[in-house]
Design a protein around this ligand. Structure first.
Ligand SMILES: C[S@@+](CC[C@H](N)C(=O)[O-])C[C@H]1O[C@@H](n2cnc3c(N)ncnc32)[C@H](O)[C@@H]1O
Length: 249
C-alpha cells in the first residue's frame, strides 16, 4: 500500500493557488462556466441566494469571496451601495459579529417600510446596520456616509446599484476615497460585459456600457487599485470578474 501524501498547510496553500491559476487559464472550462451563467440567468439564478431568510441578489460564490476578503482585511465599515432585500447586509453583520467591526452602511433609492422592519428584527445583528435612503451620488448621501465613517479608512465599499458605465464610473470616483490601503472596492455585475444582451429583461446596460467598462476606465487613472486575480482565479462562477479591486497603496 502506498502512503498517502500528507501536505503541510503551506504546501496545501501553494497547491490551492496553483490549481486556481490553472483553472483560470483553462479557457474551455471558463467558457463552459460562462455558458452556464448565461443560461441560468434566464431563470434568475442569482435571485436564489438567501442569508437568514433574506434574499441576496448575488451568487453564493461571490458572497464567499466577500467573506474571504472580510476575514483577511477586517474592515471596520462596509458600505453597500444597492441594498435590495437586505440579505447581504445581514450576511456582513453576521461576519462582523464574529470578527469585529463597527457598521454596515446600506444605501438605496428604494427602501420600503417592510425592508426596514425586517432588517430591524435580527437582534444584535440589526444594531450594526445603518440604512441611508437616497441616491448613491447625491451629495447628501455622501455626506451621511462621511459622517458615519469619519476619518476611518478601514472601509470596504461594494458598488451594486445602477449598472451603466457612466453611473458606475461616477460611483467609483465618489467612493474610492473611503477605501484605505489594504481594503477593497468591489464593483458588482462586471459580467455584463461578457454576456449577450438579456432578452428576458431589458436593461439600460449591456456589452460596452456596464460596470466592467467603468472599472477598466477607473483603473487607468488609479494604479493604486488592482484587480485581485488570485481571488478571482478560484471562483469560476462569478458575476464580478475584474470587480474585486484591492487598494495596494
Ligand atoms: C442589484 S440590486 C442590489 C443587490 C444587493 N447588493 C444584494 O447583494 O442583494 C440593485 C439595487 O440598487 C438600487 N439602486 C438603483 N439605483 C440606485 C442609485 N442611484 N442609488 C442607490 N441605489 C440605487 C435599486 O433600488 C436596487 O435595490
Amino acid at each position: 500500500m502506498t502512503a498517502k501524501k500528507m501536505f503541510t498547510r503551506e504546501e496545501f496553500e501553494e497547491l490551492r493557488r496553483e490549481s486556481a491559476a490553472g483553472m483560470a487559464a483553462d479557457q474551455g472550462l471558463r467558457q463552459k462556466a460562462l455558458e452556464v451563467l448565461v443560461e441560468a440567468d434566464k431563470h434568475r439564478w442569482i435571485h436564489q441566494t438567501t442569508w437568514l431568510g433574506e434574499p441576496i441578489l448575488n451568487l453564493p460564490q461571490d458572497m464567499f469571496a466577500l467573506q474571504e476578503i472580510i476575514y483577511r482585511t477586517r474592515p471596520k465599515y462596509i458600505v453597500e451601495i444597492g441594498v435590495a432585500w437586505g440579505g447581504a447586509m445581514l450576511f456582513f453583520s453576521t461576519l462582523m459579529e464574529i470578527l469585529g467591526g463597527e457598521k454596515i452602511i446600506g444605501v438605496d433609492i428604494y427602501m420600503p417600510p417592510d425592508l426596514k422592519e425586517r432588517l430591524a428584527s435580527h437582534g444584535r445583528l440589526s444594531q450594526r446596520l445603518e440604512l441611508i435612503n437616497g441616491a448613491s451620488l447625491d451629495a447628501s448621501t455622501l455626506d451621511k456616509v462621511r459622517s458615519i465613517v469619519g476619518e476611518c479608512r478601514e472601509v470596504m465599499v461594494i458598488l451594486d446599484s445602477y449598472h451603466t458605465h457612466e453611473h458606475v464610473l461616477n460611483e467609483l470616483n465618489a467612493y474610492f476615497p473611503f477605501v484605505g490601503k489594504g481594503q477593497y472596492l468591489v464593483c458588482c455585475d462586471t459580467i455584463v460585459e461578457d454576456i449577450p444582451e438579456q432578452e428576458h429583461r431589458t436593461r439600460e446596460w449591456g456589452p460596452g456600457n456596464n460596470p466592467k467598462t467603468a472599472v477598466l476606465e477607473f483603473l487607468k487613472h488609479h494604479p493604486e487599485f488592482q484587480v485581485d486575480h488570485p481571488l478571482e482565479n478560484k471562483l469560476l462562477f462569478t458575476c464580478n470578474p475584474s470587480g474585486y479591486l484591492v487598494h495596494k497603496g
